[in-house]
Design a protein around this ligand. Sequence first.
Ligand code: FNR
Length: 361
Amino acid sequence: MTDSLFTPLSLRDTTIPNRIMMSPMCQYSAPEGFATDWHHVHLSSRAVGGAGVVMSEATAVSPTGRITPQDLGIWSDDHANALRDTVGFIRERGSVPGIQLAHAGRKASTRPPWDGGGPIAPDAGGWETLAPSANPYPHEDGDVPTQAMDHSDIDRVIEQFRLAAERARDIGFQVAEVHAAHGYLLHEFLSPVTNDRDDAYGGTFENRARLVREVTEAVRSVWPEEAPVFVRISASDWLPDRDSWTVEDSARLAPLLADAGADLIDVSSAGIHPDQQLPSTGPGYQVPYAERVGDATEIRVGAVGGITTPQQADQLIRNDRADLAIVGREHLRNPYFALEAAHELGVDIEWPKQYDRGRFR
Ligand code: FNR
């Protein structure tokens, strides 16, 4: 039988009740990296709204790995504990809680978008960033100094991802997503645009892919056997005029990530450099890349970008273009996207009993 948007998805021994995931979305509202009431309400509402996976925003594995000083973090047990009740609530609602583990690399130390999003200099409350090579991200309004990572920095970051995953596991998260997209640290190692190293982590495709493989292995090594690991990648840098990361590189990477222990590739794109030229930002704009990556591997893929209607999400699954419909901004507009989608598609799903009288009849 053809799968559809409300067919559960089993990954290892974890069952996701439907094919809708709330995409990770930074809230820039975590003082010193700690989750607040905002995160509890934001994440829990999407579980009340029926999303199969509720994915946390990019959650920094170290203070240096934050995009902004207001990013969520999980670099200590106290940080994890601030998320514990939220994770429990999401599970109680029948959704699967996921955490996106992240390091911002050379795109760290910036202001939140509502403060203009530009760089913060180390002497103005920012910090020196880490990257494969010492070329800073070309912000319009100045640079943040960037240090090329040596081997001890690399080992430390791998260990930070591992420890972060352990903490997330211990408070009940059921999906760990490694953030290797959008021009942040792991993507910076993958892309020749940002990686001009000449050691085991640079140069050839295999070398550039080494860090994301090692991080995925480290996360998998502590993640429960029955629970899935996702990796979010940028399928392309969208810099066709220079040596850059392409969709075909992503297709080549997918089986390596599967070998490293990933169970699903979440296929996004772009973010490495401001000169990027995205071919489209229209409806389902990244779906073809999810399809290409899916064709290259046995593991599952998620599609994200411009998925805004139940019909679109449902067709994605029915036509076997992806296994998970990942919905970002539409979830900001409508936390109850999944409940409404079920109604529109004529599928009878359980509503929270407190909201049952609000059901469409
Ligand atoms: C994002 N996005 C994003 N992606 C990611 O991998 N980690 C993150 O923390 C964030 N943060 C974030 C914040 C906000 C406010 C937005 C709008 C977006 C990208 C997001 O997950 C998604 O990939 C894109 O928004 C495209 O999907 P939609 O919004 O078209 O469904």
